[in-house]
Design a protein around this ligand. Sequence first.
Ligand code: PBE
Length: 298
Amino acid sequence: MKKLNLCLLVGGLSLFLASCASILQPYDAKTPLGEQINYTITGIDAGAGIMTGAEKAIDLYDLSKDNWQLQPSSTAAMTSTLDKAIKDKRPIVVTGWTPHWMFTKYDLKFLDDPKGAFGKAENIHTIVRKDLKKEEPTAYTILDRFYWTPEEMADVMLQVNDGIDPEVAAKEWLKKNPDQLNKWTEGLEKVDGNSIKLTYVAWDSEIASTNVVALALQKMGYKTTIQAMEIQPMWASVATNAADAMVAAWLPNTAGIFYQDYKDDIEDLGVNLKGAKLGLVVPTYMENINSIEDLKTK
Ligand code: PBE
């Protein structure tokens, strides 16, 4: 009797140690992935559209039967967990997207999403309040013309990630890209200190775009303020005329629900960045994990 108890204790302890240790081991292609990471996808803030996509993926790919779960955190916590995992070549699955500096800094890949949990093509749109065209035609035209590439946005994002103040990074980018600034402002009449307020969510991508647009407006004589907020209030601020514009609308999927709610009270000026993408992302050293389907224990 005594012996049996001791065995159970030792057995239990070693199992506990083994499961603890496995979380800190490098990626092992021969062991089911779920077992290695406690069936956990590392997410970001609960309100983000990408979290809805990830929940949809768990559902569509039947991952809940293995008890896969989405761990909410924040973008900063997610990227720091990712950074640590990559340093030790450990397995990890995160909610990831481009444009983002994580794809420049690390070797990452999107998992194929044949069932379209994250939708198909995604772009970023500029949204303005309804009377802006009539009341501030110069600002309206700059916002309407504002368009850049994921690479251009990444230039600014990387600087900010390196610790440079976003406004300084935006200023330097505009200095290095006078053609873009010229395209957005050419032929327009300058104003004399009129105010424009832009709202945004403090995602790295939108910190970059909002600062660049604010400076472009300043070049044409505007006094600009930018204000960071949560996603729903950002949409509401433009719909209720509390803000003039935002350049942070990921559509048609990520912010689709907000677009539906507010479409009658805003003006959509269309795409300012083409070719955004969201999904589940892993480091490339996880060679045999290439599709969301591969998360399933076979
Ligand atoms: N993001 C960045 C946002 C859109 C831009 C992917 C964190 C989201 O998921 O709502």
